[in-house]
Design a protein around this ligand. Structure first.
Ligand code: FAD
Length: 436
């Protein structure tokens, strides 16, 4: 074992994870003159498209980083959302009136987002250490000691003033500081396909088709002929990725008119979870992004909330790390109130989105309220039978995937047990969380 002691506690931040959250945080800390070390256990940026939608507020934040023009230049602008109930137009939302100078959702593959953020980190003098994994953490006095492991299994020790876990849903950092990831899975798998499409409608809009049978189809334009298809309520597939023939069948079943699908680039199935930590900080160790909260992709907010976490944390952490502000400036002061409320609101909207898929079914309004019908308003996704079974609940939102000419996996399924749900299967809110 090689042991190296580096770092000047108080002046140095160790960012664990170089996904969109960690890269945004690193760029914003570097821009404020903070010495940052960024490690990632992976080999490089995400290769799959994954998160596609960049929301107006995120573009506004990227603008403060001098990056919005580059993002907009590489992405595809989506100005409208069309919702249909069978062939009937249900809703036509014009995003030009969203109150932002960015009157659109920008569709850009996550791989591209990460590349642009990496370039910014490097421009500011930062480096991203690939193949370096956080193994252990221990807070001692005014610093945090971290054990890092490289791809060859060699271990080294660093001492940092602060450590931020931006290491995704399976966060090692969260595990090391002993914070739970409370929540539960949604009941059914989702299918996802990046394909060429003909017949969905204008590529300046997202087209969401809902059916009385509860099988929705969402078509998201990626620019050119490319589209992302998202299909909720795909049953329990046991982690099995879809074949292209299955995607074609599902589209034929779910679309209200013929839509031609061809040229698949990425096919995946995944199970969504709604989970969040009870606190975003323990001592000098903080969490941000998927490490702190995950939820359904409906609404395209997961990556956006992580980047917003990072942008908000960066200026506070920079002041604290520089000794120019007290530590109660940052989210630990309000451990879960604001953040949980945000995740729960998203979850509520997600449930509404998913259930709108059943808009034509009698009793729709009643079924929307059922999870909460027997008591005061509670937070969380609909009651789901699988939440009571740790074995079924063991999968998280890691999709299994097939991709033409590429390795099919992103992440790997793991055993996360379902923790602390109340009798109705909702997240149990802490006593201090009055908003719940
Ligand atoms: C199929 C799919 C579609 C999605 N669509 C959308 C969408 O349309 N819009 C949206 O906003 N979101 C979407 N999301 C969610 C989005 O991808 C995530 O919310 C986002 O990637 C979270 O970013 P992050 O930086 O917090 O975590 P991650 O992207 O998971 O990055 C974590 C990083 O930490 C590294 N790491 C992990 N453990 C360690 C360790 N011990 N030591 C060092 N490094 C470590 C990993 O290698 C990884 O690079 C989607 C997700 C999936 C899977």
């Amino acid at each position: 074992m090689t042991t190296t002691h580096t770092g000047t506690p108080e002046g140095q931040v160790l960012v664990v994870g170089a996904g969109p959250t960690g890269l945004t945080l690193a760029a914003q800390l570097l821009a404020r003159g903070i010495h940052v070390r960024v490690i990632d256990k992976g080999a490089g940026p995400a290769s799959q498209s994954r998160a596609l939608s960049i929301q107006a507020r995120t573009l506004e934040l990227l603008d403060t980083m001098g990056l919005a023009d580059a993002f907009v230049g590489h992405g595809h602008r989506v100005r409208r959302l069309h919702w249909y109930a069978s062939q009937r137009n249900l809703c036509d939302l014009d995003l030009a009136r969203n109150g932002s100078r960015y009157g659109f959702v920008l569709d850009l593959p996550q791989s591209r987002t990460e590349t642009l953020l990496r370039a910014r980190v490097q421009e500011l003098g930062g480096t991203i250490e690939q193949g370096v994994e956080l193994a252990r953490l221990a807070e001692r006095g005014g610093a945090v000691d971290a054990t890092l492991r490289d791809a060859a299994g060699r271990e080294s020790e660093v001492s940092a003033g602060y450590v931020v876990g931006c290491d995704g849903a399976h966060s090692r950092v969260r595990h090391e500081i002993g914070l739970p990831f409370e929540g539960q899975p949604y009941p059914q798998d989702w299918l996802l396909a990046d394909v060429a499409l003909d017949g969905a409608g204008s590529d300046g809009a997202v087209h969401a088709f809902f059916r009385p049978n509860g099988l929705p189809l969402v078509c998201i334009p990626m620019g050119g002929q490319r589209w992302r298809l998202v299909m909720a309520n795909a049953g329990d597939r046991g982690g099995q990725p879809p074949t292209f023939a299955e995607i074609q069948e599902q589209v034929a079943e779910r679309a209200p008119w013929p839509i031609e699908v061809s040229d698949p680039q990425w096919l995946a199935s995944f199970r969504c979870h709604l989970r969040s930590t009870s606190s975003y900080r323990r001592g000098r160790v903080l969490l941000a992004g998927d490490a702190a909260h995950i939820h359904s992709p409906a609404g395209g907010q997961g990556m956006n909330t992580g980047m917003m976490d990072a942008h908000n944390l960066a200026w506070k952490l920079a002041l604290v790390a520089d000794g120019r502000a007290p530590r109660h400036l940052w989210p630990g002061a309000h451990p879960c109130r604001v953040r949980r409320a945000r995740v729960h609101q998203q979850a509520r909207r997600t449930v509404d989105h998913a259930e709108l898929g059943q808009a034509g079914r009698a009793g729709h309004r009643r079924s929307r309220r059922e999870p909460h019908a027997d008591g005061p308003a509670r937070c969380g996704p609909p009651r789901c039978p699988s939440s009571r079974s740790p074995t079924r609940g063991a999968r998280w939102s890691s999709p299994t995937a097939t991709a033409a000419g590429r390795s099919p996996e992103i992440g790997s399924p793991t055993s996360t047990s379902v923790a602390s749900t109340d009798r109705r299967g909702c997240i149990t809110c802490s006593a201090t969380d009055a908003t719940c």
